[in-house]
Design a protein around this ligand. Structure first.
Ligand code: NAD
Ligand code: UDP
Length: 321
């Protein structure tokens, strides 16, 4: 089904976490369409560098604030928003131990603060959820109808459960307040603007390969992920935003591969002589993950376009520079 563009010139969009890796690309895409964009970020994991190229863009404003403390009094936040995208949250598994309270708060207090603002503005609200909502899945690939297999008291729970709470809150506001909402379940996404020390597999492997260090593959490396280049994800998010779908809708690719194969591919593409070292595996690490993309394809006309080799080449180039 073809989705007609709903947001463009004259529309005001708020993007929480706008200084982060994925959200900063969403900000760029919305600006390219002619929207006016406000990014709200406290830079707990994001970077001002991701938005530096927008310093002289008149349709863009950065508001530095913590969304869990409520929206500050700021001229850029005074007028009504047409859409609010809640993308703020630390997202790397290494942050689950370092920033547990921040993750819990941004997925609960932060989500409710922005849902309340969306109600006040009669804005469309888009929640950036995650494939982690499926936990260590017992169904493969994962359709949106699968309720997941999450350890509610494990080390990953601060993230998984706060995103599941965010989904529950979003649906409650939709049902109770009649709010126009959308939930996207994002699968492992990579690309330029990831931090080399972010802790996630792809930036870690690329920075190790480029400095000639051993690539630290956890466990036996047979666990799988389906990797998505950021441009594909951004197109999917904008298709969902433009649609009237509520979701949840998976967004990602079916390029499923083992972490050992991913490490080998990165060594090859970066022309590195690095070796691979097996290191201990994190607790509750999902064994396999691949989205069922039927809903994204049939409801949004979404089709990923960038294969792993091309996407990784572009990302390696970014890290080299
Ligand atoms: P990121 O850390 O680069 O971006 C998150 C941004 O949110 C950062 O700029 C951070 O500073 C900001 N933030 C965090 N807490 C905040 C708060 N309390 N107030 C204001 N800003 C705050 O991570 P990312 O990978 O770009 O992820 C972006 C969103 O997409 C997250 O919500 C994440 O859960 C979701 N997601 C990402 C992936 C992925 O593979 N990249 C997968 C699933 C879901
Ligand atoms: N991983 C790894 N080495 C690293 C970082 C991660 O082998 O330095 C593995 C991790 O065990 C997991 C997979 O790579 O199985 C994906 O991890 P990542 O943190 O990128 O994303 P996740 O899907 O766990 O959120």
């Amino acid at each position: 089904m073809a989705v007609t563009q709903r947001y463009g010139p004259g529309h005001r969009i708020l993007v929480s976490g706008g200084g982060g890796f994925v959200p900063s690309h969403v900000v760029d895409a919305l600006l390219a369409r002619g929207c006016t964009v406000v990014a709200l970020d406290n830079f707990v994991t994001g970077s001002r560098d991701n938005l530096a190229h927008l310093a002289t863009e008149p349709r863009f404003t950065l508001v530095e604030a913590d969304v869990t403390e409520g929206l500050p009094a700021h001229p850029a936040l005074a007028d009504r928003f047409d859409a609010i995208l809640h993308m703020a949250s630390p997202a790397s598994p290494t942050d689950f131990a370092k920033l547990p309270m921040e993750i819990l708060k941004v997925g609960s207090i932060g989500t409710m603060a922005l849902l309340d603002r969306a109600v006040a503005d009669a804005a469309r609200f888009l929640m950036a959820s995650t494939s982690e909502a499926y936990g260590d899945p017992l169904v493969h690939p994962q359709p949106e109808s699968y309720w997941g297999n999450v350890n509610p008291i494990g080390v990953r729970a601060v993230y998984d459960e706060s995103k599941r709470f965010s989904e529950a809150a979003t649906m409650a506001y939709h049902r109770y307040h009649g709010l126009d909402t959308a939930i996207v379940r994002i699968f492992n996404t990579y690309g330029p603007r990831m931090r080399p020390d972010d802790g996630r597999a792809i930036p870690t492997f690329i920075s190790q390969a480029l400095r000639g260090a051993a690539l630290t593959v956890q466990g036996t490396g047979t666990q799988t992920r389906s990797i998505t280049y950021v441009d594909d994800l951004v197109r999917g998010i904008l298709l969902l935003l433009d649609s009237t779908e509520t979701g949840p809708i998976n967004c990602g690719t079916e390029h499923e591969m083992t972490m050992l194969d991913l490490a080998r591919l990165i060594v090859e593409l970066s022309g590195s002589s690095s070796t691979i070292e097996l290191v201990p595996r994190a607790a509750d690490d999902p064994e396999k993950r691949r989205p069922d993309l039927t809903l994204a394809r049939t409801l949004l006309g979404y089709e990923p376009q960038v294969g792993p080799e091309e996407g990784l080449r572009r990302t390696i180039e970014f890290f080299r520079n």
